[in-house]
Design a protein around this ligand. Structure first.
Ligand code: ATP
Ligand code: CA
Ligand code: CA
Length: 423
């Protein structure tokens, strides 16, 4: 099985799940044999579902009995991505995800209505996606895989898994598991979601003053005269990677993605006692999380022990895994990736390539929006009102070029000649 990547078929790891009560033990009846780790994972996902459903629309009552079906899509493809290319330790991944989810406070930060959850240690994000996005990811999975393979330092969202849960009355919830770009051990002092478009791309500075967690946009960046402070070396690397990634996005015909930039000022440190953007927005305070981690509850629970045992039995190569404790601090799994090697991010440098006071947390997110008819319509309507080239929904080719030239222009000393001009 492992030798052959099965791009589309999901059924290999399908489980039929009966769920009696939120906190009670979930009862599984497997229709197919599937791996132990997926079993544990599906069980936890199902446990979190009442939260999810309630937050979406109060559809279920806690006393009802539910039947869920859990699907794992292209399991071997994602497994290879996780383990061979994203260098995730399977035990870390599983333990992190099988701990109880933290329900986001705001639920849904974007306009799309997607919900975001974090794994216990904040390393992973679970994002609910639309069926169209789900289908789209499957349709480009082969290309995505090839891109990741030939671009180990890609800035694109790292997709670790694609799943679906089906509820009793036929309701389906699709979600992806991906990397959280922001660290759990460093405050992110400023957050920007940059698209390279200027029309409407602003967050009220008034509101931003009151809410340091706000996600700011292109015009805030320009008006604040921000730059990505990177010396020639990192600048060249970053701009080359953004170029390749946006070329890829062009070929799969997507748009509407952004470069998410989290800024940490080393001098300011973590004194703010507020968590980085997404964390601050969605989660309870981190001390609670830290406490949980220090207890190593997961590591000692019967479940974790069983996982450990099952993994040892099923795969001798994993024996080398030194610990099953969740990391307290930065875990180091990103160290081999140039853009995530400094405390999980990219340390700013000056013209002499010497480190300065800032760490950036960067990545290209929200990459599952094809230039569909919907966008074409939006393009048409918005295009009537504003300059067609500056609005967000332009065709993928133009979107990518604009995106890349904006990012190049905001790197200090880049070929773009410095500041991006606000029009
Ligand atoms: P919309 O389509 O309206 O833009 P969406 O629901 O698709 O919204 P995203 O654009 O993916 O949501 O993300 C919304 C916000 O969530 C981002 O601006 C960012 O603050 C946060 N976020 C998303 N993905 C990540 C990630 N991988 N790491 C950290 N934060 C993230
Ligand atoms: Ca977005
Ligand atoms: Ca989106």
């Amino acid at each position: 099985l492992v030798g052959q990547l099965d791009w589309r078929r999901p059924r290999q790891l399908r489980a039929h799940v009966q769920h009696a009560h939120r906190d009670s033990h979930c009862h599984f009846t497997a229709q197919h044999k599937y791996s132990f780790d997926m079993y544990a994972f599906a069980r936890r996902v199902v446990r979190a579902i009442p939260d999810l459903i309630n937050s979406i629309g109060n559809e279920l009552t806690p006393s009802a009995k539910y039947d869920f079906k859990f699907k794992d899509y292209a399991p071997w493809v994602f497994r290879e991505l996780r383990e061979d290319y994203f260098q995730l330790d399977p035990a870390d991944y599983l333990l992190s995800l099988t701990a109880k989810y933290i329900l986001s406070e705001l639920g849904s930060p974007g306009k799309s209505g997607s919900f975001f959850y974090f794994s216990r240690d904040y390393r992973f994000i679970i994002k609910t996606i639309r069926h169209s996005e789900h289908k789209f990811l499957l349709s480009i999975l082969k290309e995505y895989y090839a891109h990741v393979k030939s671009n180990p330092h890609t800035l694109l969202s790292r997709f670790y898994g694609l799943h679906r849960v089906k509820l009793p009355r036929g309701r389906k919830i699709h979600f992806v598991i991906m990397n959280n770009l922001f660290p759990s051990h460093k405050d992110v002092h400023e957050t920007y979601d940059l698209k390279g478009s200027t029309v409407g791309r602003v967050y009220s500075e008034e509101k931003a003053k009151q809410n340091p967690r706000a996600v700011l946009k292109d015009l805030n960046w320009i008006n604040r005269r921000k730059m990505l402070e990177l010396g020639p070396e990192k600048r060249a690397l970053l701009s080359e990677q953004i170029r390749r990634d946006s070329e890829f996005l062009k070929t799969v015909y997507v748009m509407d993605y952004s470069l998410l930039v989290g800024v940490h000022f080393v001098q300011r440190g973590n004194r703010d006692k507020v968590r980085s953007n997404t964390l601050k927005v969605f989660s309870p305070s981190v001390p609670a999380i830290r406490r949980k981690n220090t207890q190593h509850k997961g590591a000692r629970s019967p479940e974790a022990m069983a996982v450990k045992r099952a993994m040892r039995e099923s795969d001798p190569k994993r024996l080398g895994s030194d610990t099953f404790n969740l990391p307290e601090e930065y875990t180091g799994d990103r160290q081999q990736f140039i853009f995530y090697q400094d405390e999980g991010g990219l340390q700013a440098t000056d013209e002499a390539n010497q480190a300065t006071d800032t760490i950036y947390y960067l990545g290209i997110i929200d990459i599952l929006t094809p230039y569909s008819t919907v966008k074409q319509l939006e393009h048409f309507w918005k295009g009537l009102k504003a300059d067609r080239h500056k609005i967000s929904p332009v065709p993928p080719q133009e979107y990518a070029d604009r995106f890349f030239s904006f990012m190049k222009a905001i790197m200090r000393g880049g070929d773009g000649g410095g500041r991006f001009k606000a029009e």
